[in-house]
Design a protein around this ligand. Sequence first.
Ligand code: PFF
Length: 492
Amino acid sequence: MTISRENWASRTGFIMAAVGSAIGLGNVWRFPYICYENGGGAFLIPYFFALFTCGFPLLMLEFVMGKRAQGGAPQAFESIRPFMAWAGWLACLCAFTIVTYYCAIMAWSWDYIWYSLKLAWGDDAGSFFREHVLNMSSGPGVLGAIQGPLLIGLVLTWAAIVAILWKGIKSVGKVVMVTVPLPVLCLVILAIRGLTLPGAVDGVTYYLQPDFSKLADPRVWLAAYGQVLFSLSLGMAVLAAYASYLPKDADISNNAFMTGLLNCGFSFFAGFAVFSALGFLAYQTGVPVQDVVESGPDLAFITYPTIISQLPFWAPFFGVLFFFMLLTLGIDSAFSLVEGFATPLKDALGITHIKVVIWISIIGFIIGMLFITRGGLYWLDIVDHYVSDYGLVTIALVECIVIGWFFGARKLRREINETSEVRIGIWWDICIMFITPLILGYFLISSLIKGITEPYGGYPVWANWIGGWGMIILVIAISVFLGIKFKRKEVQ
Ligand code: PFF
């Protein structure tokens, strides 16, 4: 018996869902900083190199693997080599791990919408964030209580995820028509506000001032690869799951080009909004731009609130707008991570989609409570480092090896070209077989050497073991177990 698989209602729905997954918090708080740190305007060279040699090829690879297997990452790997299903489960579990803390960050954003109304951080946004909102303990060894207001944010986030995924891919296709354009609109308003403030030009100059000498440093190229992988949601089971709902004759290459370009265009544009605001902060405080630049949570929850307080008019409005933008940016990335796990699990267990989503969400919510305790941020930082620096790169590397060397890059390229508007040439094979695996292999080995010789982030060795290596070993063990346990019932 063949169960017919539901499909996206439209091609736009699929592209928007992929773009929604790609465009997330990372585009605003990671890209501009990485660009500035690694040569400013000159960084666009390694970035585009990484986009063409790794971003587009892997997007096409994950799209076509999901489409041809009509299943998520484990089924896609299994259809190539049955013993490789574990690699797909590994991707699912990494996605699940990411979503547990991604939702905690979204919980902060919910609370900050509220705080923005009264600019509650006063004139010390740093202390407000660390001491009031997170109520941080002295280290990862002291977990402390769950923070009540954050718990409300966490509940809201998970409830939103369950509601959106309730009707499966059909509702995703509709929701992304709102959650993708909305943050773009917010960002345009914030960029206009930022660029019309005094000091903006200095900020933007810092962001893009090219420093070509940086291009000789291999770390800059690795940073470009890392950013492209994370930003395009590659190596995380998400895109294969989304593509598994594509009809058999769906285009691959053009969809991949559109997803990649829209995401990277957004990142580049976000840099203008962020750096113009940083330029303004430097102007207001008399501190040089390079000393006010931050990335990650500090940029969003300390530096940006500080900037908002200094705005000449409508400060609460811009505060609400910024955190609302973070929420709408994050939500489609968050539910894509859940869907990446839900799709293959539902296929493997043969139970309804919503049941799987509810179970994943309950477990994700319970684990996520760790990240809203007083010691939560330390754990978030550790887990994030290990999943995104090792998990993601490992899976992308395995994908290249399995397709490039076991299955045959040429064979898969022919399949891509059969249904694609833009035919791709032999460069794709070269990227999948040589360039990307070599660079990712180098990336992985060098980070492993560094990781083994010095514990991450100055945290104690035991914390690195529990939140890092131990977590990785557990995730691999579960993946192998799932790979053995769920043999595919049917291949369409
Ligand atoms: N691409 C998202 C971002 O840049 O914020 C993060 C992300 C979402 C990573 C989904 C991985 C993923 F599967």
